[in-house]
Ligand binder design. Structure first.
Ligand code: PPE
Length: 310
């Protein structure tokens, strides 16, 4: 794996030297916000998918936690572009992270500096190499998504992933690829690191943002693509058992892209393979990020690898 230099508070530092003190506030209290973004090698060159939307979500996550990141969205976008170009990677996963650094101990984060980094690395298929084609076997998690008014789910905050980590470990220990979390009232919410769509009789259903899900940017993209294909997409409360009798279920996320779900709690979903609408959604998404066909203006092209390819 390429150990690319890391952008750290405005300076590039070698991968091995991008370290923090053990009294970093975020280590003790989970006070960090982050993003996950992909840069694709499209047929038309390297491009970042929905770059401004991701960086705006980072700023908004910070705002929810009263963290002023100290950079404009444009400056953060440029930091990401510079990090990728410097790395020479034509395709990568991008991880911007802002956190409360070292300073006084105690829950109050106000006197701890807000620090920001951007790291990039290679990341293949998130749920396994065959997942995109054949789908994944998952279960319903015994841990719920956080209740409203506990942790703000619209913020992509480090602390939220303690819950996600429990869900993921349980899934793996039980031989599944992923866990689907229900809301505290028992409605289908999302995976530990993905949003979820269910297809029944040609209509697509997904949980509303008010159900304490992360408002995924891939979710938003898929809803737009589906509606523009003339499909009906409804945000609403999905009972757990609707999963078992669905025609199709799939996950969306930056890392997971569009991943079909093959079985849930050992119930085979539909035909037990990638469904027709899931296939159409995948194809539409990959047409943008692999072929660079971009009618929505979702790609930010960046000059990486151009010197060698001419
Ligand atoms: N829900 C959760 C809880 C979540 O973490 C993600 C992204 C999504 C939905 C999808 O959001 P979006 O990427 O904007 O479509 N999860 C990120 C982190 C994965 C990880 O293991 O780290 C990701 O996909 O980058």
């Amino acid at each position: 794996m390429t150990k690319a230099d890391i952008w750290f508070n405005g300076q590039f530092v070698p991968h091995e030297e991008a370290n923090v003190h053990v009294l970093t506030h975020a280590l003790h209290y989970g006070t960090s916000v982050f993003e996950g973004i992909r840069c694709y090698k499209t047929d038309k060159g390297s491009a970042i998918f929905r770059h401004p939307e991701h960086m705006q979500r980072l700023i908004d996550s910070g705002r929810i936690y009263r963290m002023d990141l100290g950079y404009t969205r444009e400056e953060l976008e440029q930091a990401v572009i510079d990090t990728i170009v410097r790395s020479g990677m034509e395709a990568c996963y991008i991880r911007p992270l802002s956190f409360r650094g070292s300073g006084p101990m105690g829950v109050n984060p106000y006197n701890n500096p807000v620090e920001t980094i951007v790291a990039v690395w290679e990341w293949g298929a998130y749920l396994g190499p065959e997942a995109l084609e054949y789908g994944v076997d998952v279960h319903v998690a015994s841990w719920s998504r956080m209740a409203p008014n506990t942790f703000p789910s619209m913020a992509k905050a480090g602390g939220n992933y303690l819950n996600a980590g429990l869900v993921k470990m349980d899934a793996v220990l039980n031989g599944f690829s992923e866990g689907i979390m229900l809301s505290t009232n028992g409605h289908v919410a999302e995976g530990s690191g993905e949003n979820l769509f269910l297809v029944k009789n040609g209509t697509m259903y997904t949980a509303p943002v008010s159900l304490s899900i992360l408002p995924g940017i891939t979710r938003d993209s898929i809803m737009t693509l589906a509606r523009d294909m003339g499909l009906s997409v409804q945000e609403g409360l999905i009972p757990r058992e609707a999963l078992y009798v669905a025609d199709e279920v799939f996950f969306t996320g930056t890392a997971a892209e569009v991943t079909p779900v093959r079985s849930i709690d050992h119930h085979v979903i539909g035909e037990g393979r990638r469904g027709e609408i899931t296939g159409r959604m995948q194809a539409a998404y990959f047409d943008i990020v692999h072929h660079g066909n971009d009618p929505y203006g979702w790609l930010t092209h960046i000059p990486v690898g151009e010197a060698s390819t001419g």
